[in-house]
Design a protein around this ligand. Structure first.
Ligand code: FAD
Length: 477
């Protein structure tokens, strides 16, 4: 079979990358990108509020280190329009309201941590090596107990995970702490951390005291000016248009037409338009595909997401710190992450934009804007005398999954159903439940799509790969 028509649903970074990859590999194919919102980009988007641009929280693209992915996403942008930096320059507020500007990783080495000696003792116990490598943990609690010791589990992880996800550790799936940046801790100064990280086991779970040490070789980029991450998405959208991808916004898939042998032949948009399809790439929640394809399915649980509310502020004064963003690891605060645009974009106006992300129960009212502004003062991020001239609260459409074993099982069952009932679909992106962070989402997308192309399309040959390289370099010209 030759690749004639690919329909991609969802235009976050997974969908945009998939469209660029499909079009460059199969320049003659009809590639369609379908997005339910008004604009493309998904979480990598910016909104204009009363003349000020705000992102969906911190989203700083970093080169993935995979030359094919990086070529598609970065080679055509004009790098002089972007700041480029290896050091992300982020801070964190650790437990006991300790503002630590040397790293975004949780800092627990402060004098106010009276449990520190016990925590260090438990972390370094010899028998941890064996327990840690068993890896058969039945919950996050047993994983953290074996990995970090009972004291850190009880006094650091439990209250924080409860605040962010509204669940206790024994209800959460293994590794769920990683999606809110709790994988690596800092328990002391540079010398201590270097010494501890000498152990391969501790190296995986502890961070250097300073983000200047152990820097990733891959650059981060962020647009200059005040339009935020939208600048990058706009340039990718221009590339999609330039290479002939058909873009449909404010619409979804209302019908998936299949033959008896499980093959999708066409899809119908909510507008009624039919599009031929010999591969469907699905990056939106799988349950929507299950419904559109009219597959019989009874979910075993309802996946729960924490709402992410975005509190956008404009202050007349600059932040008190020079960090680009701040991770908040103190459960006393509702704030989860603070983005400081005047540092990140190095803008030189008298107006300083700040976004605070807050994770909360979908049913519960969001904290008041006054209380979140007060947190910025209390954490020492904004000067107490600075009163915001703009405050705006927005519920982000996509929240953080509460990763319980039941959630993971449900996502696995949905994926299995789709794979067994539909022959020509590839499921990708954060919504598929197998990757979360941008770089992981992209690497998974590349791998799954290339596997599909190689197995199913006769025109996947070296000639095409050469054409694809040519197409990528054409985009930059
Ligand atoms: C609040 C939050 C903050 C995050 N911060 C970071 C971070 O700082 N760094 C990082 O690496 N990762 C972060 N992540 C992880 C993030 O998931 C990935 O970085 C990446 O952006 C995911 O891309 P995606 O394309 O899979 O999903 P999304 O960006 O969510 O895109 C999915 C798209 O599908 C569309 N869609 C949904 N349903 C339909 C439908 N029925 N029909 C058509 N379109 C549909 C949506 O409108 C959206 O545009 C964060 C995640 C969340 C939830």
């Amino acid at each position: 079979m030759t690749c004639q028509s690919v329909v991609i649903v969802g235009s976050g970074i997974a969908g945009i990358y998939s469209a660029l990859l499909a079009k460059t590999k199969y320049p003659n194919a009809h590639i369609s990108l379908v997005e339910k919102s008004e604009q493309l980009g998904g979480l990598l988007s910016s909104t204009k509020i009363e003349g000020h641009w705000f992102d969906y929280g911190t989203h700083v693209p970093r080169y993935t280190g995979d030359s094919d992915i990086d070529a598609l996403l970065f080679s055509s942008i004009n790098l002089s329009d972007y700041w480029q930096f290896q050091n992300i320059n982020a801070a964190n507020v650790g437990p006991f309201n300790t503002l630590y500007t040397d790293s975004p990783n949780p800092f627990l080495g402060s004098k106010t941590n009276t449990q520190l000696a016990q925590q260090l003792l438990e972390l370094t116990q010899e028998n941890n090596d064996t327990r840690y490598h068993e890896q058969n943990f039945d919950s996050l609690k047993s994983q953290l107990d074996a990995t970090y010791g009972p004291n850190l589990t009880k006094n650091f992880f439990a209250p924080l995970m409860n605040k962010r996800f509204g669940a206790c550790l024994s209800e959460m799936a293994t590794d769920s702490h990683k999606i809110i940046g709790l994988q690596r801790l800092i328990l002391g100064d540079g010398e201590l951390m270097r010494k501890l990280k000498g152990s391969p086991r501790l190296d995986e779970i502890l961070a250097f005291a300073s983000q200047e040490e152990g820097l990733s070789p891959f650059k981060n980029i962020y647009p200059k000016g005040d339009k935020g991450i939208r600048v990058w998405i706009d340039s990718l959208v221009a590339n999609l248009e330039k290479c002939g991808v058909n873009i449909y916004t404010q619409t979804g898939i209302s019908e998936v037409n299949m033959t008896g042998d499980r093959v999708i032949k066409s899809v119908v948009l909510s507008s009624g338009q039919r599009i031929d399809c010999n591969l469907l790439v699905w990056t939106a929640p799988l349950i929507m595909l299950i419904r559109s394809a009219k597959l019989t399915y009874m979910p075993s649980t309802r996946p729960i997401f924490r709402t992410s509310s975005l509190y956008h502020f404009v202050f007349p004064d600059p932040p008190k710190i020079s960090s680009n963003y701040v991770n908040v690891h103190d459960p006393a605060f509702s704030s989860f992450r603070v983005t400081l645009y005047s540092n990140l974009a190095k803008t030189t106006t008298d107006e300083h934009r700040v976004t605070v992300e807050v994770m909360h129960d979908i049913e519960a009212p969001a904290p008041s804007r006054e209380s979140i502004c007060q947190e910025l003062y209390d954490m020492g991020i904004m000067p107490v005398t600075s009163r915001p001239s703009l405050t705006h609260v927005l519920a982000a459409s996509s929240g953080f999954p509460v990763l319980t074993p039941a959630f993971k099982k449900e996502m696995g069952e949905q994926e299995k159903l789709v794979e067994t009932k539909i022959a020509n679909v590839v499921t990708l992106g954060k919504a598929s439940g197998t990757a979360f962070f941008m770089a992981d989402v992209l690497k998974e997308a590349k791998c799954k799509l290339n596997q599909y192309f190689e197995r199913n399309f006769d025109d996947h040959n070296e000639d095409n790969i050469d054409k694809s390289r040519q197409a990528v370099s054409n985009l930059s010209s």
